[in-house]
Design a protein. Structure first.
Ligand SMILES: Nc1nc2c(ncn2[C@@H]2O[C@H](COP(=O)(O)OP(=O)(O)O)[C@@H](O)[C@H]2O)c(=O)[nH]1
Ligand SMILES: Nc1ncnc2c1ncn2[C@@H]1O[C@H](COP(=O)(O)OP(=O)(O)O)[C@@H](O)[C@H]1O
Length: 503
């Protein structure tokens, strides 16, 4: 009896070999047509019809699966393949349909062929083509998604504690690449369902977690991924969690040391503890007397923060007053995930980086009434040595100069009288719409685990079907996931998802 993992291995091997063969056939066909074009002396004309390679639409996969698996004993087992299937009927292709289908491969006796049939709309399909393949069994899931010349293989190991791994097959060079994976991947679950959104990203629906935590994007060719690929000189892919609705824009507060940023933020958090959350930065500077690790900052070593920055875990970082400071993606998104509005206290360089990132935020610069007053407050705070105060004052001049950089800050607040400044800050923040996306609220707060798989997809809408009887729980069996107004994305969250029940 073959073990399940051997079957999986065999299937993966046959599927990948099919892909490789397709790639080779394509490249040979291309070469032929180039040769034909080079041979023609007069003005180039399209190749005669017999030189145009036939489209590869019939079923190399089906063909391949008729090969016996590498068994030494009789074996078993039904294995499901979930794939986008294109089906044609009859010799003249009188019918043609496309859709996501589950196919069943029943593997027979040792020297019997693997039997594969595709049923579509109740009919057995004589030909079919599979674009995305998932091999599902009780303890493993593996998906292959084709994008251009590459096949992305997304695997979940049998160990429920280990997370998803990504491998890429370059079909032209026929080599495997293990990419650098940026961002936090989904938490381990037992299975998922996958579909290609567009050539830039793949959508993954995790099963067995609350619906609001189940939507993930694997970015494979977005501007962020391209930029990181260039920087790192490796193939890069990046995770981004999908957020239902827009959420509220985070607030970036900058200003020179001693101007009163921390004081203003502390007042806001005290008055509205359930509305605002503080983005706890990482820093290499030493803690001050009353500062608590994990509350005011994550105090860290330089080598550690540098390593994490290179792993893509930071939204921004900067060298400030001789130390490294940085905002991790987690710091911002854990606040957003709690449904709170995130406040970032970062320097002007950091504000610039956030402006350039995919995080849409409101940028506020806090100015002192005068330079003398700033120096007075810094000294009165009594947390720095004289040398450190001098350094902060030098940097303050540069920061004040940059506060007027066009397009950087949305608002300037002068912190003269503390109470007056705080009132102005509150006015500023309430200027922005606080509304929730009401049609998503039935899902947003849900803590119930869900098991949805992808049923169909158009350019902007994906239908999800429940695998359990959601009707019993008072929820819905069929959901529409509207992708038409996505924003953000890696290294942070992908926002703007809309979910509604389908009657
Ligand atoms: N770029 C960036 N700057 C930060 C971050 N956290 C704090 N800062 C800035 O670093 C500077 C020094 O902060 P800190 O050492 O707490 O001194 P303080 O501003 O005088 O209280 C301030 O301008 C902060 O806004 C961060 O995560 N990223
Ligand atoms: N409007 C204000 N008037 C007088 N003192 C202030 C005012 N705002 C803040 N302070 C004081 O100035 C010092 C620096 O403020 P802090 O919030 O630590 O600044 P920052 O976080 O910008 O470095 C603190 O001792 C604080 O109590």
């Amino acid at each position: 009896m073959l073990e399940k993992h051997e079957i999986k291995e065999w299937f993966r091997h046959t599927y990948i070999t099919c892909l490789e063969e397709q790639a080779q056939r394509r490249s040979e066909a291309k070469k032929k047509s180039y040769k034909a074009a080079a041979a023609s002396t007069s003005t180039p004309s399209p190749p005669p019809p017999h030189q145009i390679p036939p489209p590869i639409r019939s079923s190399p996969l089906l063909h391949r699966l008729r090969r016996p698996p590498p068994a030494s004993d009789p074996l078993l087992l039904g294995v499901s393949i979930l794939g986008r299937v294109s089906v044609s009927w009859g010799r003249r292709r009188s019918g043609h349909r496309e859709g996501i289908k589950k196919l069943r491969i029943a593997v027979g006796q040792r020297d019997a062929s693997a039997l594969t049939t595709a049923h579509f709309m109740g009919e057995e399909a004589p030909e079919f083509r599979v674009e995305s393949v998932a091999l599902e069994s009780k303890d493993c899931l593996q998906n292959a998604i084709d994008i251009g010349d590459k096949t992305y293989v997304i695997s979940r190991s049998d160990d429920p504690k280990s997370s998803i791994t990504i491998k890429i097959l370059d079909k032209l060079t026929r080599t495997w690449v293990v990419p650098t994976v940026l961002g936090a991947p989904p938490n381990p679950t037992s299975s998922h369902s996958v579909v290609l959104v567009n050539n830039e990203k793949i959508l993954i629906i995790e099963k067995g977690v609350p619906l609001k935590d189940s939507i993930w994007f694997l970015e494979v060719d977005t501007p962020f991924v391209k930029q990181q690929s260039k920087i790192k000189g490796t193939v890069v892919v990046a995770w981004s969690k999908g957020v239902i609705g827009e959420g509220q824009k985070p607030v970036v507060i900058s200003g020179p040391s001693g101007v009163g940023k921390g004081t203003l933020i502390a007042k806001l958090m005290k008055e509205y503890p359930s509305k605002f959350g503080f983005s706890v930065s990482h820093t290499t500077r030493a803690p001050r007397e009353k500062e608590i690790d994990g509350v005011h900052y994550h105090f860290t070593e330089r080598s550690k923060i540098e390593e994490e920055i290179s792993e893509g875990k930071f939204l921004e970082f900067a060298h400030v007053h001789g130390n490294v400071y940085g905002t991790s993606i987690e710091a911002v998104e854990s606040v957003t995930d709690e449904g709170k509005r995130c406040i970032l206290d970062i320097d002007v360089q950091g504000a610039r980086s956030v402006r350039a990132s995919s995080l849409e935020a409101i940028f506020i610069f806090v100015c002192p009434p005068s330079f003398e007053e700033l120096e007075k407050r810094l000294r009165a705070r009594g947390t720095e040595t004289e040398e450190q105060i001098q350094k902060r004052l030098r940097n303050a001049r540069a920061e004040l100069d940059q506060s007027n950089s066009p397009g950087l800050f949305d608002h300037l607040l002068v912190n003269d009288d503390l109470e007056a400044c705080y009132e102005n800050l509150k006015k500023l923040l309430s200027l922005y719409d606080d509304h929730e996306d009401s049609n998503d609220s039935f899902i947003k707060d849900g803590k119930e685990t869900a098991c949805y798989s992808i049923l169909s997809k158009t350019n902007s809408e994906i239908l999800l079907q429940s695998e359990t009887n959601e009707a019993e729980k008072g929820t819905t069996n069929l959901l529409s996931l509207d992708l038409s107004s996505l924003s953000g994305g890696a290294p942070g969250r992908t926002r703007g998802l809309k979910i509604s029940p389908v009657n």
